[in-house]
Write a protein that binds this ligand. Structure first.
Ligand code: AMP
Length: 308
């Protein structure tokens, strides 16, 4: 089984009440692929500029991530995001977004990326997400994330992209904004009317809620005493969620989706313990499974074998 992701590969400058970092490795595709790399084969798609060095690339390759489709644009600059958080770490304040090499990016996927069974369209311009979706004809399960910038500036493309995936994973405030529906259950139902069979509403430290045709399931965030930087938590959640699903193969029934919610929650929790990719980059599968079992015990989260 294997998993392809398209999204931003970035330099992030981030300030939180607990410290700051300038131009650290980040981006939605980077956070996602590192988290997913603990479960199986990952192909990452996206452009970088001359300023993206071997040391940044090696963070990915050292985790076995296939970087064949990381396209280096000569004379270009890598995507850049600057943001800050106040004491409410659930809300990211964007101070600057420079698309740079994403401005003229036209994805052309290698055979390895095209033939993956699973696809994640991480947060990036929705037309690019659609171009990649069209190339991955064989993907039997596709999921998508987005953000308020694209709801505000490319709403029709985003709605079209959502219509082409099986699962939408998005912040709860953004689902409400996208659908114009303040009630979360109704908002999720509206998203499902567009196409996806599953909708996950991410709720920051409060966890995530899964809506499917046959049910509802929610998990709180893993309780942590040290949270330093929430940047990339949503992408790490998606990486744990889809990485687990990819490893499972077979039927993606509600019981499997619920377990995947647990793995998403665990990867997101590791991500926020340190800045950028620092913590997730040095995880082990044993640490992940240990925390999954701790989460299960703490929340008494059981998955009946006979769920539909
Ligand atoms: P998250 O905290 O999981 O929502 O995602 C944070 C990551 O998203 C950061 O590493 C940023 O580089 C990246 N990011 C921020 N804004 C955008 C955007 N407009 N398009 C794509 N990626 C973005």
């Amino acid at each position: 089984m294997s998993l392809t992701v398209v999204g931003s590969i970035a330099f992030d400058s981030v300030k939180t009440p607990f410290g700051e970092r300038d131009r650290m490795l980040g981006g939605s595709a980077v956070h996602f692929s590192l988290a997913a790399s603990y479960f199986g084969e990952v192909h990452v798609v996206g452009p970088v500029g001359d300023d993206f060095g071997e040391s940044e690339l090696s963070v990915l390759t050292e985790h076995g991530i296939d970087t064949t489709d990381v396209e280096r644009v000569e004379g270009g600059d890598t995507f850049f995001w600057r943001g800050h958080y106040d004491y409410d770490l659930n809300t990211a304040h964007t101070d600057d977004t420079q698309l740079n090499v994403f401005g003229d990016f036209e994805p052309k996927l290698s055979e390895g990326s095209r033939s993956a069974e699973m696809l994640f369209l991480a947060n990036i311009q929705p037309d690019l997400q659609r171009q990649v979706r069209a190339q991955c004809e064989g993907a039997r399960y596709a999921a998508l994330d987005s953000m308020n910038l694209w709801i505000d500036t490319a709403r029709d493309s985003l709605l079209a992209a959502i219509g082409e995936v099986d699962c939408t994973i998005i912040n709860d405030a953004e689902i409400r904004e996208l659908t114009g529906e303040p009630n979360l259950a109704r908002a999720a139902a509206k998203v499902m009317e567009i196409g996806p069979r599953a909708v996950i509403a991410k709720q920051g430290e409060y966890g995530a809620a899964l809506f499917t045709e046959s049910g509802f399931f929610a998990l709180p965030g893993y309780p942590l005493e040290d949270v330093r930087d929430p940047t990339g938590a949503g992408d790490s959640f998606a990486g744990g969620f889809l990485g687990y699903l990819d490893g499972e193969g077979g039927d993606l029934d509600d019981a499997t989706l619920r377990r995947a919610m647990g793995y998403g929650t665990v990867l997101a929790s590791f991500n926020v313990e340190e800045f950028g990719t620092e913590r997730v980059a040095r995880l082990t599968r044993e640490e992940i499974d240990e925390r999954f079992e701790a989460l299960r015990a703490m929340t008494q989260f059981e998955v009946p074998a006979d769920l539909p």
